[in-house]
Write a protein that binds this ligand. Structure first.
Ligand SMILES: Cc1ncc(COP(=O)(O)O)c(C=O)c1O
Length: 351
């Protein structure tokens, strides 16, 4: 159950899941290539250019030469009556959906589908499956109310859920100030929440900056409907990518965009970072906050992996997770900070 925390007034969030289209033949031999062909496009788009070409088979491609593509190109993906350009002209909607679809239809199972696909690209919580099943089955039997079948007790989602989520966040995110239920908005997964959030925060064509490489789902979630520009800031390899100084590169990128007449409206920080799997220091998070205050930007902190951090003896100096919520930005930085610009996204699909 994901949530957005924001000091702005809550709004209801919901989004239908995308429908799948699959063109992969069912008699395709299952092997290494099959797995790679599902991911070559998805995992590479946010990576910096590589001098050596990877040995991936060519993707099944309907890629459009322009952001929207021609009507004819769109119709190669979907053959029914014309759909909106917004829906069909998003970032590589066709191949992305096809590749995801092929995974879900043919998932590996040692007994039922031993030749199925082992997905290394989708993070799901299988470890707690048994406990979750038991817990939710019991909760459904004991605690399901008539009001759960109606519009309920609030226009912004269930007050019971928000109260439970607030106490969860207060317990595990160490907030500088107690999180209140009415600061939360819930939706059906962080993907849907990000879609709604950026549709609300930004206008079409405006830029959002984020450290590259980045989680490629942001393309689908932010560009598909909000039609914003996702601009990766390529950072130095290694520890440097997580230091406060990286905000200089963000500033330079923002200035560069301004010269082209593109307005930057927001910054995303993904902490713990997907795909790099690292956490940010308090100092770097404060640098993000300062940058956004000085440049008048929204700051979206995607903390979906907050509870997936664990001690690893091979990395004894790895930093623990620090939530943006735990920063007392005004007193730690000694500046005024408008908290309405901070939005923390969290979901339980990874826990
Ligand atoms: C960084 C990040 N944000 C958001 C999401 C989407 O989360 P959800 O599964 O809740 O839609 C993912 C999923 O992999 C993710 O890695």
């Amino acid at each position: 159950m994901p949530s957005i925390i924001s000091s702005s007034p809550p709004r209801a969030l919901s989004l239908d899941p995308p429908s799948g289209l699959s063109t992969l033949p069912s008699d395709l031999p299952i092997g290494c290539n099959t797995l790679i062909s599902c991911f070559d496009h998805m995992s590479l788009s946010s990576l910096p250019g590589s001098p050596t070409k990877p040995h991936f088979p060519p993707p099944v491609t309907h890629r459009n030469p322009t952001p929207l593509g021609t009507r004819e190109q769109q119709r190669r993906i979907y053959l029914g009556p014309k759909l909106s350009d917004r829906a069909t002209g998003g970032p590589d909607a066709g191949p992305l959906i096809e590749r995801f679809s092929c995974l879900f239809k043919d998932q590996y199972n040692c007994k039922l589908n031993p030749r199925g696909i082992v997905s290394l690209g989708v993070a799901e919580n299988f470890l707690l499956e048994k406990e979750c099943l038991e817990y939710f089955t019991r909760a459904f039997a004991d605690n399901f109310l008539a009001s759960d079948l109606s519009y309920g007790d609030s226009l912004w989602g269930s007050r019971r859920i928000n109260a439970a989520l607030a106490s969860y966040l207060n317990e595990y995110f160490d907030p500088a100030e107690e999180v209140k239920p009415d600061q939360l908005i819930t939706g059906v997964g962080c993907s849907a929440v990000l879609d709604q959030l950026f549709y609300t925060l930004m206008d079409e064509g405006e830029a959002v900056l984020l450290a590259g490489p980045y989680y490629t789902g942001f393309d689908r979630d932010l560009i598909g409907r909000a039609r914003v520009r996702l601009v990766p800031v390529q950072l130095p390899e290694g520890d440097g990518a997580f230091e406060p100084e990286i905000l200089e590169a963000f500033g330079a990128k923002m200035d560069e965009l301004a010269k082209e007449g593109i307005r930057t409206r927001a910054v995303i920080v993904c902490n713990p970072h997907n795909p790099l799997g690292r956490t940010y220091s308090r100092e770097t998070l404060l640098a993000y906050a300062r940058f956004c205050e000085e440049r008048d930007l929204h700051l979206v902190s995607d903390e979906i992996y907050a509870m997936s951090v664990y001690d690893n003896p091979d990395f004894p100096h790895a930093l623990p997770f620090t939530s943006m919520l735990s920063l007392d930005i005004e007193s730690e930085l000694g500046i005024a900070f408008d908290r309405a610009r901070l939005h923390v996204v969290y979901g339980m699909s990874k826990e």
